[in-house]
Design a protein around this ligand. Structure first.
Ligand code: SF4
Length: 372
């Protein structure tokens, strides 16, 4: 917890300004499956989640959210990726909105980013809810990437700082910021830098696409252990690839890591970064084929033979973030409704059925293993 940051309010929950570090999680159900989503929100809240995030990608999700709100008192955050025009519609049913600066350019191209953010800030102010500026390594805003082509971490930090200044200039201060990457070392670097630049702004910590247990919890611990003792971090999420029924484990690990840090039980992870790094997203309502989690587990098993090779393999659950967030991996997979796209860095190798993709991945991995 940081006492330097200002305190923001998410309904009755205080974030920053010395408040205890809160723990968040996110539903992996389809938002339009109202019963399943309400069940998962309740399960996450019962496990101790202070905030539960839900994805909204269209009008039907927004309508489902109104029905979900009637059935739960949990504090809800909506994740609007490029769908910020839905803000007015969802605001009455949520306590916080997350927007991703890297996705604002997709819609209404004739409008400036400033206009779009002003709209979000106006909605949040009228409704009395909070905002999160959520910048992410796999979706950095193109103008910042162009400005810092050789330094993506600088682009990430500068984008976050620019959005803070924009919101401040609009007179809106009830916001937090997250700067996420799938590499905990980069999470440490960019959050330290951001905290230097904006020590007043509450920070949401997390390692994105940390992957399957146990590695996903280890990667998150590596970052949190370096940041929280310095007073950096006011709220957090442990993003794990889990079967839907076990999503509560994100909350368990969030609380467990916080307790261990408080009691000064730190881990030593000398092997981290030395061998094969499997990153996979925690899944959310955007997953179009439920075989995604099974596939991530199969990839882990299949790639074990190359575990001492310094390679990154990424498995992403959808076509919204999958294409961008696999660009940096040596081999990447992103899942569509009936096929999985296989990539070598940013280059597409092909699309494969779910039952064909593992042998195709193995062929590519064999080549990389032999060449290194
Ligand atoms: S990659 Fe897609 S499915 Fe996975 S968490 Fe991100 S948005 Fe959700």
């Amino acid at each position: 917890m940081s006492s330097q940051t200002r305190k923001i309010k998410v309904r009755d929950l205080e974030i920053g300004g010395g408040a205890p570090v809160s723990v968040q999680s996110m539903c992996a159900t389809h938002t339009q499956d109202i019963d399943a989503t309400v069940r998962q929100i309740r399960s996450l809240a019962a496990a101790g989640a202070d905030l539960v995030r839900v994805a909204v990608d269209g009008e039907k999700d927004a309508e489902a959210l109104a029905a979900i709100r009637k059935q739960t008192q949990a504090r809800l955050v909506v994740d609007l990726q490029e769908n910020y025009p839905l803000a007015e519609k969802i605001a009455p049913y949520v306590d916080k909105i997350r927007y991703n600066p890297g996705h604002l350019h997709h819609l209404e191209k004739h409008k400036s980013i400033k206009e779009k953010v002003a709209r979000l800030a106006g909605v949040a102010a009228r409704q009395g809810i909070a905002l999160r500026i959520g910048v992410n390594c796999g979706s950095i805003a193109p103008d910042f990437l162009a400005r810092y082509p050789d330094d993506s971490l600088k682009a990430l930090v500068e984008s976050a700082v620019w959005h803070c200044e924009l919101l401040d200039g609009l007179g809106f201060t009830n916001y937090a910021v997250s700067l996420k990457d799938s590499d905990p070392r980069k999470v440490i670097l960019c959050n330290k830098e951001f905290a230097k630049r904006r020590p007043d702004v509450p920070i949401h910590l997390g390692v994105t696409e940390a992957g399957l247990l146990p590695d996903g919890a280890v990667k998150t611990r590596i970052a949190l252990e370096q940041l929280i003792p310095l007073g950096i971090g006011d709220t957090l999420r442990v993003s794990l690839t889990l079967p839907s029924a076990e999503k509560f484990q994100e909350v368990y690990w969030g609380r467990r890591i916080l307790k261990d840090i408080e009691e000064r039980r730190f881990i030593s992870a000398p092997d981290f970064g030395k061998g094969l790094n499997l990153i996979s997203c925690p899944s959310c309502s955007r997953v179009e084929n439920e075989d995604f989690v099974k596939l991530a587990m199969q990839v882990k098993e299949m790639t074990a033979y190359a575990k001492d090779r310094k390679l990154t393999v990424a498995v992403m659950g959808c076509r919204v973030n999958g294409p961008g967030e696999t660009d940096d991996a040596d081999l990447g997979l992103w899942c569509g409704p009936s096929t999985v796209t296989l990539k070598r860095k940013a280059e597409k190798i092909g699309s494969f059925r779910y039952d064909e993709v593992l042998p195709a991945l193995k062929r590519e991995l064999d080549v990389l293993v032999l060449s290194r």
